[in-house]
Write a protein that binds this ligand. Structure first.
Ligand code: FAD
Length: 546
């Protein structure tokens, strides 16, 4: 049974807000075939990528491309791209697991993540059969890489304000403009490019590297992800055939944003792989380093850093596979006799709230985990002698791309309101204290949509509820099935609940005060006792114990 087949009840986007303890898909229920693929991906990252990271960071000629080709030979070039066009045709949840395991190093993670994600997905979801058969087989085989070119110098978060232009000329469009921050630019053979037809109609095109007028500028000098390629794409009167338009002229925003919904879920998987690295590096160092005659792993404050990272990661992982499975089920219900592209668009859109929240939560968990892993290294963490400095630098961008965390926070609550979910939430019976805080906070915040400080508090309450509910339900399911790790999972979920409840209380107090309401919030007793079990298990496992 793959995760996609798990018999969970059907949900619509945002229903986690008011459902009480729904059964959810959990990574422990992946079948043995999926676990084998995930293990192969993990071994590939550990044995083939990690030993090369210094050379990758120096951008040694041909090295990254050859690694990506090796990964493609194992089927990782397009795990969820359609089988008919060279992909493995796997459910998104399985592709997500593979990506998590491939993501132990940030540079490789971004490179393969963009290649198999936003570099291909617009073609798989929105392309005609002709476009799929022209572009997906060489992409999935790793003949060249894929890239996604939305951002420009003056349009980042406000992506639709871009100035790249397309002018219709007979059966072609002529594209001109500059796209900035394009991951994989150096190695890409195809780019998903967004430009405005006649300066008005935002449209998605497939542009080939070899088309006359296409060029790539020098690499950006980045603080991290030095092994990945990030450069500008210059379009100087590039003739692109009209059949290379994805979806419809003037409807490029639907291609861009729906690809990014799923891209955000995948980005959470990329963060997850890097949290695994931080935990294994942090626990190992803490056990080896002695001060005051003992390993620093024996000190409460060091154990607490590991416990918080693990518990938060357990919650992030629980949200991630719950969301990926929901997306799978949305795609599984696509009517084969309907308009495939239109149905794909709806499926990619349905769980946009969950995708935004898991992106924010997983990337902030990563920031916390790498920061504390560095702190555990003391002064040595601040040098280039140890791998933790690279992890720290590589992780930073995760809160910036695929929609900054500010944009995702604003977007998530905006969607909650626009889908009429605040009203449904108001009718729900609170299941936990965080849920009660969320109900109270969202009711107050819905009349203050123009005030971002309030909206962000409401989004955080939704995110903390989603995270703690997912962690608790997963731990209970593990206990019910007698899983070997259920004791650690229950401890992680309860420890996370304590952390999340105290954070949620402070977010609610701020929200109510900013709304001009009484900010009196009754705080229940919470227990941090689970942290001892969690840190013990992590030190024993030399990393993430679940
Ligand atoms: C290493 C790297 C790789 C990248 N790869 C790609 C790629 O492959 N393809 C691609 O198209 N792009 C890519 N990007 C671009 C990335 O998506 C943008 O950097 C991101 O969308 C933010 O845009 P910006 O940098 O222009 O920041 P801005 O939009 O200028 O934002 C600056 C700050 O203001 C905040 N802000 C902006 N608007 C609002 C608002 N309405 N409310 C509240 N706060 C706001 C932001 O959150 C941020 O903190 C990449 C970037 C980097 C650094």
């Amino acid at each position: 049974m793959s995760l996609a087949d798990q018999a969970t009840h059907s949900s619509s986007g945002g229903s986690f807000l008011f459902e009480s303890h729904p059964p959810i898909a959990i990574p422990e229920n992946f079948d043995s075939d999926v676990q084998l693929m995930a293990d192969t991906a993990f071994q590939f990252a550990r044995n083939e990528v990690i030993p090369l990271i210094e050379r990758l960071d120096e951008q040694e000629e041909g090295l990254m491309m050859s690694l990506v080709r090796k990964a493609c030979d194992l089927g990782f070039g397009g795990p969820d791209s359609p089988e008919a066009y060279g992909g493995l045709g796997l459910p998104k949840s399985v592709a997500t697991r593979i990506l998590e395991m491939l993501s132990l190093n940030g540079s490789f993670s971004t490179t393969i993540g963009v290649h198999q994600g936003v570099g291909q997905m617009p073609i798989a979801l929105f392309g005609t059969n002709d476009l799929k058969s022209r572009y997906l087989p060489p992409l999935t085989a790793g003949e060249y890489m894929g890239a996604y070119a939305l951002s420009e110098e003056k349009s980042g978060s406000d992506a639709l304000s871009g100035s790249a232009k397309a002018v219709c000329d007979g059966s072609d469009y002529v594209l001109s403009g500059k796209k900035m921050w394009i991951s994989n630019a150096k190695w890409a053979g195809s780019f998903i490019v967004f430009a405005k037809v006649d300066g008005q109609e935002f449209t998605a095109f497939i542009v080939e590297r070899d088309m006359p007028g296409v060029s790539i500028s020098r690499e950006e000098h980045k603080m991290g992800l030095k092994g990945s390629s990030t450069a500008r794409l210059i379009l100087d009167n590039v003739r692109v055939p009209a059949e290379n338009v994805l979806y419809h002229p003037g409807q490029g925003h639907k291609v861009a944003f729906n690809t990014l919904n799923i891209g955000r879920c995948k980005l959470a998987a990329m963060a997850a792989g890097q949290v695994r690295s931080a935990l294994s590096i942090g626990t190992k160092y803490a056990k080896e380093r002695k001060q005051f005659g003992k390993p620093i792993a024996s000190f409460g404050l060091i154990r607490d850093k590991i416990a918080r990272s693990v518990s938060s990661f357990f919650a992030a992982e629980s949200m991630l596979y719950r969301t990926a499975n929901l997306i799978d089920r949305a795609f599984a219900s696509v009517d084969p006799n309907g308009n495939e592209v239109e149905e794909n668009r709806k499926a990619a859109e349905e769980f946009q709230i969950e995708c935004s929240l898991v992106k924010v939560f997983a990337t902030e968990t990563l920031s916390y985990a790498v920061d504390e892993a560095l702190q555990i290294h003391g002064g040595y963490g601040f040098t280039e002698e140890f791998p933790v400095g690279r992890l720290y630098r590589d992780a930073r961008v995760m809160r910036i791309y695929e929609g900054t965390n500010e944009i995702n926070r604003v977007f998530a609550f905006d969607r909650i309101v626009k889908r009429g979910l605040v009203e449904k939430l108001a009718d729900a019976s609170p299941t936990t204290v965080i849920h009660e805080f969320l109900i109270r906070g969202s009711r107050a915040a819905k009349d203050h949509l123009g005030e971002q400080e309030i909206v962000a508090c409401a989004s955080d309450l939704a995110m903390l509820h989603f995270a703690s509910q997912s962690a608790n339900v997963r731990a209970e399911q593990l206990k019910a099935s007698g899983h070997a790790n259920s004791e650690v999972a229950l401890a992680a979920a309860s420890h996370f609940e304590a952390v999340a409840t105290t954070t949620a209380a402070s977010r609610l107090i701020e929200l109510l005060d900013r709304c001009g309401l009484s900010a009196k919030v009754e705080m229940p007793a919470v227990s941090f006792a689970g942290s001892a079990t969690v840190s013990e298990a992590a030190f024993e496992a030399n990393g993430y114990p679940l």
